[in-house]
Design a protein around this ligand. Structure first.
Ligand code: NAD
Length: 504
């Protein structure tokens, strides 16, 4: 794929290891200037049906390969991504607007994720296609085993904020477990997932083990959820779509796992290094142009350092290099799409009208190159009421809300007072307090002395409206497997339950 040309994207779906041609398409828009730079296929119900049929065949082949063979292919996928690192990073930035350095980071993480699950796959399955454990039973006439086998065909539905990485977080462990997958990336950013498809074919994945159907959520996505040939849906996206998907899957009691939104808190105590705290607060909310599910967009700062914190935050936020995300050194690019721009700016304008104090931002940046695209300044509101939209709703843009607090009890209560429960972070030099906060935070992810780092080796996910199930980690393959118990009667003797079979 040519990154500079005006014709990015594939006009078909990846089915049976070949790209089909579809009549309908969706535009690829560069969020930097709103220009249409290509097109992707708008997959239909029939495309999804073809993909699922292909995946069912792919499952038969792929699931019978042993752990060592699967690991070899996954390592070849990692190598293929590595060879295309620069192209992938530029495509990602062109498609969703994240600064180029961040896109390159995402590609590295995706490579690491495939390598990690190649290792896990080899360790868990070895020379077998499944994992098996002997279980001690209280009856010596019987022997018991638990076999963990791949679930089958998994529908993967992913968002646009980390297009390649969120897909990889699911594709790598699902393939490692022996499942076949049908990936439906976000219609707002599918280019790198199409390249992932090419890479998997090159790496020797058998036909159907990975199918990619691009298109709209309410068409291709909904068709995948409703399809009887899909054994599970693994979804990352918004709370509302998560609800719709869960409802759709309930029809057949199809299992789902949901990684949804958040409104996470960062708590900063007065015993910390202020410079470090301000930088983590900015990174925690402005990274990925503020479009992070785990963004610590609620910042709680101890009242003793409030004024100094706000002054430094304002000064530093206004100095962030904003502009063309392909330009060297850019640290904040445009929002990913026109729809996202409209959503974020209308929310910001609504908050402005409530008279909540605007510390900085809230407008289109004045920097050169930001005239046309979906740009908004890093924005900070101060003291929004605890029941306000600003404080409670996920904005999904570079918009931070700051409040101050006095006591530990108070700040724990405020942190946990959210319908979401994805992440929470604390910055304090008091080691005992760090542990108290880690225990008190009612979330799936806790950061201490930082905000946002994500590692393939650790489980990722939230609670309540942030969803359930976990991506990644040592047990990351578990959600793509089921447990089968195998019981064997090992005694050679007659069972002798019925009198006519009694021997004595
Ligand atoms: P979204 O819910 O609008 O879309 C996500 C995916 O769902 C897309 O592929 C879309 O096409 C599809 N979809 C939409 N309607 C559908 C339907 N009816 N049936 C099936 N599929 C459908 O989310 P988004 O705007 O792409 O992403 C932003 C959201 O994702 C934010 O809320 C963010 O917090 C969340 N997110 C969560 C995590 C996490 O790990 N918890 C990570 C990244 C993003």
């Amino acid at each position: 794929m040519d990154v500079r040309g005006g014709a990015l994207g594939r006009a078909g779906a990846l089915i049976d290891n070949a790209w089909t041609t579809t009549r309908r398409s969706l535009p690829v828009v560069n969020p930097h200037d709103g220009a249409v730079v290509g097109a992707i296929a708008r997959g239909s119900v029939a495309d999804v049906d073809d993909a699922v049929r292909s995946a069912r065949k792919g499952f038969v082949t792929w699931s019978t390969r042993n752990g060592r063979e699967r690991a070899k292919t996954l390592r070849a996928v990692a190598d293929g991504l590595r060879r295309r690192r620069e192209t992938l990073a530029r495509l990602e930035t062109t498609d969703c607007g994240k600064p180029l350095d961040e896109s390159a980071w995402d590609v590295d993480d995706a490579i690491g994720c495939f390598e990690y699950y190649a290792d896990r796959c080899e360790r868990v399955f070895g020379e077998r296609a499944y994992a098996e454990e002997v279980v001690e039973l209280p009856d010596e006439d019987f022997a018991g085993r638990v076999r963990r086998e791949p679930l089958g065909v998994i529908g993967l539905i992913t968002p646009w904020n980390y297009p390649l990485l969120m897909a990889t977080w699911k594709v790598a462990p699902a393939l490692a477990s022996g499942c076949a997958v049908v990936l439906k990336p976000s219609e707002e950013a599918s280019l790198t997932c199409q390249v992932l498809g090419d890479v998997c074919v090159e790496a020797g994945l058998p036909p159907g083990a990975l199918c990619v159907v691009t298109g709209r959520g309410d068409e291709a996505g909904a068709a995948l959820c409703a399809h009887r040939g899909v054994d599970k849906i693994s979804f990352t996206g918004s709370f509302r779509t998560g609800q719709t998907i869960m409802r759709a899957c309930a029809q057949d009691v199809k299992p789902v796992s949901l990684e949804l939104g958040g409104k996470s808190a960062l708590v900063i105590f007065d015993d910390c290094d202020l410079e470090k705290a301000v930088e983590w607060a900015m990174f925690g909310c402005f990274w990925t142009n503020g479009q992070i599910c785990s963004a610590t967009s609620r910042v709680l700062v101890h009242e003793n350092i409030r004024e100094r914190f706000l002054a430094r935050l304002k000064e530093a936020s206004e100095a962030i290099p904003v502009g063309d995300p392909l330009a060297e050194g850019c640290r904040l690019g445009p929002l990913a799409s026109a729809a996202q721009y409209k959503k974020v700016t209308s929310m910001v304008n609504r908050i402005k009208r409530t008279k909540i104090h605007l510390l900085t931002g809230g407008n289109r940046p004045r920097a050169r190159g930001c005239e046309k695209g979906f740009y908004i300044e890093p924005t900070v509101f101060v003291d929004p009421p605890l029941d306000s939209e600003a404080w409670r709703e996920e904005i999904f843009g570079p918009v931070m809300c700051v409040r101050s607090f006095r006591t530990e009890e108070e700040v724990i209560a405020i942190t946990n007072d959210s319908e979401y429960a994805l992440a929470a972070a604390v910055i304090t030099d008091d080691v005992a307090r760090r542990e108290r906060m880690a225990s008190a935070f009612d979330v799936g992810i806790v950061w201490i002395q930082c905000s946002q780092p994500a590692f393939t080796q650790l489980p990722w996910g939230g609670r309540r409206r942030s969803g359930f199930g976990r991506d990644l980690g040592v047990n990351g393959m578990d959600k793509y497997m089921h447990q089968k118990q195998i019981v064997e009667y090992t005694s050679g003797a007659q069972f002798e339950w019925y009198p006519m079979f009694k021997k004595s």
